[in-house]
Design a protein around this ligand. Sequence first.
Ligand code: F3S
Length: 754
Amino acid sequence: MVFDIDMIKSVYAAFPKRIAAARKAVGRPLTLTEKILYAHLSEGEATKGYERGGSYVDFKPDRVAMQDATAQMALLQFMQAGRSQVAVPSTVHCDHLIQAEVGATKDLAKAKDKNREVYDFLSSVSNKYGLGFWKPGAGIIHQVVLENYAFPGGMMIGTDSHTPNAGGLGMVAIGVGGADACDVMAGLPWELKFPKLIGVKLTGKLSGWTAAKDVILKVAGILTVKGGTGCIVEYFGEGARSLSATGKGTICNMGAEIGATTSIFGYDEKSEAYLRGTDRSEIADLANEISEHLTGDDEVYASPGEYFDEIIEINLSELEPHINGPFTPDLAWPLSKFAAAVRENNWPQKLEVGLIGSCTNSSYEDISRAASLAQQAVDKKLKAKSEYTITPGSEQVRYTVERDGFLGVFENMGGVVLANACGPCIGQWARHGAEKQEKNSIITSFNRNFAKRADGNPNTHSFVASPEIVTAMAIAGDLTFNPQTDTLTNEEGKQVKLEEPAGLELPTKGFAVEDAGYQAPAADGSSVEVKVAPDSDRLQLLEPFLPWEGTDLKGLKLLIKAKGKCTTDHISMAGPWLRFRGHLDNISNNLLIGAVNFFTEETNKVKNQLDGTYGEVPAVQRQYKLHNIGSIVVGDENYGEGSSREHAAMEPRFLGVRAILVKSFARIHETNLKKQGMLALTFDNPADYDLVQEDDSIDIVGLDSFSPGKALTVVLHHSDGSTNEIKVNHTYNEGQIKWFQAGSALNLVKENAI
Ligand code: F3S
């Protein structure tokens, strides 16, 4: 048993009172989402209702899950918090760093070798601080979480955008950045803008070729990639109750593609069956006792229009299989219209590869249904015309589907089983020939299909569908094939038709696994040594940032006045830099290299005020740091939009930038800056942005009386001897000012922990 039953018991024990308090505070029946959110308020029982889409609220999540790429910096930061153990149950999953090349065994061995120091670090730090560690090969974070940790009514954050997968089992599960994970592991509350709610009423029942995946493919077509922003999507209705728990997981997983904060289904018989099927009857028994709290109130579902901000209705009995793409997951095509779209748009008709599995679609049900088609191909003497790969989501699923003969069926059809890892889903695919950048088509059962996502080739037209449709297409090797209506010519020259797929939600013989790949933490980790080689270029232990010196900041150099859009990607680029996610010094060499310099209109070229030459942003900043001279970054509107990547705040802080002064901030980045002890300031008059000159020396005045709501003053000393004094605002509250004074939020946590 890897889950924490005592934690679940205490969450459930508090539910009835907390939900009653919330219903009173809000003054009306509650949706499931509201019940779970109000039951997880950091302050305890609700004393007031919150404005959906307006109020910022502190929550206390029950769990944290991290994947290996994002866990590195989260855990390096956590080590700064002065805690001996994580405050909530947390896990690390090694899935992102395994490259798919030839097949599971060889690929896994290669990844273990190549990433050894990262794995050793994650394993030792997990062991020391009480985190569950899932080794490379154990599976993909979201599948492992669904099988082991997700529980109805729970709240979880995870450092991956498809964390909402756990919504399939009734959990509010939200993707966040590493800094948020670190905070929750350190015992700090977690802040979220209270979401708006989209209700999706499902009626009818799936049949034939249609699968749960088609629900979200259809929803993505309706809502588009931005339609869910700031919202939680709650599914309900008799159609919802007819879907398997893993099918629900698929739908919630891909809610990330419509920008939703998360998606959720209520607790029902299917959830119970999945909990029991995955050896968690104890949780099912507990959930049954409070089941009325694990779905929305009856009144809500009776007249959803009164309680949700938006309503969508889908009849599963009429839903067609869908294929979405290329290049965006919201370009939704019903199967019957897809062949015409392929021809009209001149997309490559020949299908090169079909890929099934990934965190989105690798359940027993998915694999068994796909295998039923593969078996037909073998029986009907059809040879798959496309390449075909299978990515199991976990070792438990892989072992079970191998035992039940499905992997053998795929191999008979010419399929290649990849490691239980992200692989092609996250671009970790050494696809032969991709470097030629030829125009070609692939189809996957994954979730994302942006250009270059799978194989790095911008001309790969990637389509998304259910595993069943992917398999049928791979057999046909032709994107215009419609398995519902078309026949195929077999090896004997006969016309044959594929029958509808059939499968099982759960294995009749139960799940089995020999070694799930789990490492439990040491009972007492105090003597465990965390392994980081001093000469590593991928990992570096963090040093605490220095506290505020207690004076105004004088004589800061202007590092860059960024012009126009400056997202977290402009501030801390991704791509090849991902390799250095655990090494702050090395990754800082990408600081602001994508930002456009207002004065030169070029990227990564700024004036070095020490000698008047122009150099790359990180290099110039390192010169200032060397001479112990602080600097300031000036920016435009919505500075730091994009992701919650904490590196975008840590890098400037690490290299000695003291303040970021902009017309406006993207809120998450602003908070990240505050957490790192940086001054995040905004022009009172946005036109003052124009006053900032390339050679300015800049003072920030008023820090001795830094207090909430009180503006500060910035003095611009221009090279011609003139000055401008401008008013700048901030949004620091009392607690955040203490973060600034202590040098960072973690420094303060550490002080309080001692
Ligand atoms: Fe994410 Fe795909 Fe892995 S969506 S968790 S990259 S399998």
